[in-house]
Design a protein around this ligand. Structure first.
Ligand code: NAP
Length: 428
């Protein structure tokens, strides 16, 4: 028997486990610091995008098919990576990119300035972020970044309670957003529409919100003659942006303004609120250069949606600049592998992790040899001796059932956002 441990039970881990379980003679344990599996499907994907979350059925089948879930066990605390290497024939790091990139400007540590990872984790009920202070008592919000996460954040801030009714947004966020006075959400991009990282569906969706209207300054749009040469996805994004620019005011109370060519320069307090200074940029090739023209955006909340980096682990070689583990085709060292965002950096959709997972699984099958290591039984003994009680697949199913039972129709689940509540539900 080849014993494999996967650290991280998110999409990247599941695609690796799925590929491994199809082989005979491989036992797989998925270890996660949270009592719940599915990683970004639960804590990252927007709560109003339930169709994307439906992929969890596929991951459920992996657990139902015999891959073990060992939840509520933090590698680096409850058990070290070295210990895992001693217990398993191969270890795969599928730990994602949980940390927010920093803006590197003055004032970014002020209260009210959040990274998108923190903000998204808050509204998605991640237990480490249940008490995050999210100021929603000022009409202005600036979301910095021109990627899909920025759009997710802006959309969640702009939606009505009715528009969130079908979501599984955490109860504390549902309540806070219902009392929000936010009326002007700025999506701040340092470059222009042709350089945006949005995808068509996410951009187009902003044109169909109940109380919010997207706004684009027509002067920020490049000459339309260049659209034909764009990659098809970006062409559709730009078409949506042109439609937003051309749309007459619809009398909606909330605006989502695309502030292109605006480079954040600094943040300062302005009474109870924050003042974000941005410098107008122009493009030199694809690069933004400052023009010296400054303006300010008054807001109560600033969300920096500018990307993520992985958490280093022990002595594992880490590329701090790119925020990911050093690897060659998914191999870090003898018997140690990496997959997903921890391997490539934080880009791509959930499905992008599948080929990654398959490739790493194939490498393991080709390279790893059973070494008579203790595997699952050894890990269970070690955790038991340390008084650590993992959440098993059955425990997760108990959480899942309890959350579904606690939901108010039409929401699919009422997430338990506290670790003790999750543990109670798991252990009975
Ligand atoms: P992203 O797509 O890489 O976008 C990051 C944005 O931040 C870019 O516009 C970048 O601008 C900007 N940025 C970086 N540093 C900055 C700085 N110092 N100041 C101002 N702007 C800065 O990342 P993301 O939005 O975090 O998304 C991560 C991945 O998840 C992406 O692949 C995304 O498509 C995916 N995702 C998908 C969905 C979905 O399919 N529904 C939802 C959410 C996320 P520059 O281009 O100028 O560097």
């Amino acid at each position: 028997m080849l014993n494999v441990a996967i650290v991280g039970a998110g999409p990247a881990g599941f695609y690796t486990a799925e590929a491994l379980m199809r082989r005979v003679g491989i036992a797989v344990d998925m270890i996660d610091a949270l009592p719940t599996p599915y990683g970004l499907i639960r804590a990252g994907v927007a709560p109003d995008h339930q169709s994307i979350k439906a992929v969890d059925r596929r991951y459920h089948a992996v657990l139902a098919g015999g891959v073990r879930f060992v939840g509520d066990v933090c590698v680096g605390e409850a058990v070290t990576l070295e210990e895992l290497m001693g217990l398993y024939d191969a270890v795969v790091l599928a730990t994602g990119a949980p940390h927010d990139r920093k803006l590197g400007i003055a004032g970014e540590d002020l209260p009210g300035v959040l990274g998108s990872g923190a903000f998204v984790s808050w509204y998605n009920g991640h237990p480490e972020f249940a008490d995050l202070a999210v100021p929603l008592a000022h009409p202005g919000v600036a979301v910095i970044g021109n990627g899909n996460v920025a759009i997710d954040c802006a959309r969640i801030l702009a939606k009505t309670p009715a528009e969130l009714a079908h979501s599984d947004i955490a109860a504390h966020a549902r309540t806070a957003l219902a009392g929000s006075v936010v009326r002007e959400v700025h999506i701040v991009g340092r470059r222009g529409p042709y350089q945006a990282s949005f995808t068509p569906k996410e951009t187009g969706e902003l044109g169909h919100l109940e109380r919010a209207q997207p706004r684009v300054d027509p002067a920020d749009l490049p000459d339309a003659s260049g659209d034909a040469a764009l990659e098809p996805g970006l062409r559709k994004v730009v078409a949506s942006l042109r439609a937003f620019a051309a749309a007459p005011p619809a009398g909606k109370p909330v605006s989502i303004a695309f502030d292109f060519f605006s480079r954040p320069g600094g943040i300062e307090r302005a009474g109870e609120a924050l003042r974000l200074t941005v410098e107008r940029t122009r493009l030199e090739g694809d690069r933004a250069v400052g023009t010296g023209v400054m303006r300010t955006i008054e807001c109560g909340l600033i969300v920096a949606a500018i990307g993520y980096y992985s958490a280093p682990l022990g002595d594992v070689p880490f590329d701090a600049e790119r925020g990911r583990f050093r690897n060659e085709g998914g191999r870090v060292a003898d018997r140690l592998y990496v997959t997903g965002w921890a391997r490539r950096g934080p880009s791509g959709t959930i499905g992008t992790n599948r080929p990654d997972g398959i490739e790493v699984a194939e490498r393991i099958v080709a390279e790893a040899v059973p070494g008579g290591r203790a595997g699952a039984a050894g890990l269970d003994t070690l955790l038991h001796d340390r008084g650590v009680r993992p959440v098993t697949f059955a425990g997760w199913q108990a959480i899942d059932a309890a959350e579904r039972a606690a939901a108010t129709h039409p929401s699919p689940r009422e997430k338990f956002a506290r670790r003790d509540a999750l543990r109670r539900a798991a252990h009975g």
